[in-house]
Design a protein around this ligand. Sequence first.
Ligand code: NAP
Length: 452
Amino acid sequence: MNIDGKTKIIGVIGNPIEHTLSPVIHNTLCGLMGINAVYVPIHVESDIDVAVKGLSASGVYGLNVTVPYKQDVMKSLVSVDEEAAEIGAVNTLVRSAGGYKGYNTDMPGLKRAIESRHVKLECKKAIIIGAGGAARAVCLMLIKSGVKAVYILNRSFEKAEDIVAKLGKDYPSVELKALSLSKYKEIPEDKYIMFQCTSIGLKEGDGLLIDDDDFYSMAEYGYDLIYNPAVTPFIAKLNSLGVKNDNGLTMLLYQGIIAFEMWFGVRVTHEMADTVYAELSKKLYGGNIVLVGYMGSGKTSVGNALAKDRNMDFIDLDEYIVEKEGRSINDIFTYESEEYFRNLESKVIADLSNLSNTVISTGGGAVLRKENRDNLGKLGHVVYLKADVDTIVERVKGDDTRPLLQSESEEELRKRVSMMLDSRNPYYELFADQVIYTDRLTPSEIAEIIEF
Ligand code: NAP
């Protein structure tokens, strides 16, 4: 970062503020887009009005606002956006003539996070667990996104009822129903987008508020607003039932991205969002390392060495699929098809979205599908372990567990490897954050030079 006389200041005001992750989002975006700005946390002890007016007078270019000032700050602004006024809180201040205008990017952020996972909200039915401030905002976002019905389950029934009464009056065309937690079986059997909006799951030892697989099996997709820990009991349950899900880190990411776009008039691409997500995940959870490369490039041995050196977990995706299917990859290819295996592989990769502090060794063909590259890219730092044809042939000859390499002779094997490597190499190269030539290195030496 090169700070000079033209560097713009952006930041976040709150109290406390020292644990904020927002600088990771915005400073990474400034770097990616070549914007001369710096994002800093600003501790405002108590007088929010003096602070906002002082920051405005000092030319601070844009601000985020966090607890406890999301409501109080509104009286210090020149205007408040209509949606923020409806929510009753602002989290983003944009400079305008005479001061700042207030916006709320939390719910647009959640919506964009969900859409980025190709989940549609329009005409769907939803279940919200919780009836606090977040649940109310989620309910409003769902209504505005065109859902048909929302069921709100809460420990204190009257709070759920209050949301239904207020929003039901303004949006009579959407079916809204309040229920106490124990009445969850009154929700009709159907498919729902499910939101976990309580604080249960934040503390170690927290359990599920509703402990019934039949209930969670109704989820087509689930979202837990909590992002720390990465895997709450809600997320763990959805994982165990094979339900696609995300935690609140993507909401944090996209509320920041939308604020950044408003300040600088830019559009953040999916690729940039993935890079920022990887940085956030690394900072918060310790991040992941994804090893890609051709068969025999040493992904498993390097993965084991890396995980041991850095005290990380290790997953070999091929072994994981074999374990899950209860049969070898050869058998899957023989009795099903390569397409069947690739579909399994894509599903397993998509299910890894909540992984942290893990080294992931991928199958040689995993990078061929765009959806896999997108999902693996989000997981963390991608390293291509590059090996030349001779090294690979030496490593894989005589190995009969690799269906795509079965050959009559070493010469035929060399031809196959060479052809496949030529077609796959551009994918590996373009996709990776780091390329390592492995031919003359041991697994431990490779593990040492991985920049993460
Ligand atoms: P809130 O207004 O305090 O509401 C808390 C909710 O949790 C209420 O529904 C409350 O039920 C329920 N709850 C608390 N303890 C419970 C217990 N022991 N048993 C059953 N229910 C319990 O909080 P909020 O602002 O809505 O936030 C809710 C969660 O969303 C928080 O964990 C927060 O971290 C998360 N969040 C994440 C983001 C993000 O960027 N990802 C943004 C905002 C919030 P009662 O009504 O019965 O008390």
